[in-house]
Write a protein that binds this ligand. Structure first.
Ligand SMILES: C[S@@+](CC[C@H](N)C(=O)[O-])C[C@H]1O[C@@H](n2cnc3c(N)ncnc32)[C@H](O)[C@@H]1O
Length: 253
């Protein structure tokens, strides 16, 4: 573990898994991790020593990445940045009888399910939770000199929020690293608009694969799998590329 990561864990109050009674919780990894995703391919090809996931929910995708690193016998860690307060879609979601966030006395407790899931999967040695907003976490990681090789943006899918995340996490990305963003689908015009704008601003090719966009600082390690994504996005229902929604095109330049 690097000095910067050790310092981060120290600042956050030590190992959060120590003494956590995970057996009181059943494993419940409801999530959206897809073994065919570009994120998993990037991990397989790059063997990154540090992955930062922005938006972790119950830990499904982070656990999948950590397990992949384990399978590769690669010495990598996964930073999980999340408020564990949910996005609008979780707050309004009707799962778990309208209590997706497991509120107690009004405050969400989903972080506990995240901890339990990571421990049920035996991945606590690789995963480091950072309970913070994406913006404050980016500033903290900058301050500590943490430079991930892979950054997975899967927090808010709102245009402004993702635009801010892209602008804060791009400078943090190590040279030769890759940002993968989730939600490049017909259901999230804000994601499409933010990725399109960022590509224009940074003069980067806009490419995507199965609903995840990719920006590389250097050669794109999954270039041959990606397709130009200016005009089309993924439809997860039919699993084909479809024209991007009109709202995404109309977003601010
Ligand atoms: C789509 S879920 C993440 C799913 C997860 N990557 C997976 O595949 O299992 C989005 C998560 O982002 C978090 N989130 C939303 N906006 C955030 C923000 N501004 N800062 C930190 N976390 C945020 C929510 O709390 C939620 O847990």
């Amino acid at each position: 573990m690097t000095t910067a990561l050790a310092r981060l864990i120290d600042i956050l109050g030590g190992d959060p898994f120590t003494g956590f009674p995970y057996q009181s919780y059943q494993a419940d990894r409801q999530g959206w991790a897809d073994p065919r995703s570009i994120l998993m391919t990037v991990v397989r090809r790059m063997h990154p020593t540090l992955v930062a996931e922005i938006g972790s929910w119950k830990g499904d995708s982070a656990i999948a990445v950590a397990r992949e690193l384990d399978a590769l016998a690669a010495p990598g860690s996964v930073l999980c940045v999340d408020t564990w307060l949910g996005g609008v879609e979780h707050i309004l979601g009707d799962g778990d009888n309208g209590n997706w966030l497991r509120r107690e006395h009004g405050f969400p407790q989903i972080y506990r399910q995240f901890l339990a899931n990571v421990m049920h999967a035996g991945m606590q040695g690789r995963i480091i939770p950072v309970p913070q907003t994406s913006t404050i976490a980016a500033r903290l990681l900058t301050h500590l000199g943490v430079r991930p090789q892979v950054i997975f943006l899967d927090a808010s899918h709102d245009f402004i929020d993702l635009s801010i995340d892209l602008s804060l996490y791009w400078p943090l990305l190590a040279e030769g690293g890759v940002i993968v963003g989730d939600g490049y689908t017909k259901f999230w015009p804000g994601v499409i608009a933010a990725a399109r704008r960022f590509a224009r601003q940074q003069n980067l090719p806009l490419v995507a694969h199965r609903g995840q966009f990719v920006f590389a600082k250097g050669a794109n390690p999954v270039a041959e799998l990606c397709a130009p994504a200016e005009q089309t996005c993924w439809d997860p229902e039919t699993e084909v590329e479809v024209p991007i929604p009109a709202e995404a095109v109309a977003a601010p330049a």
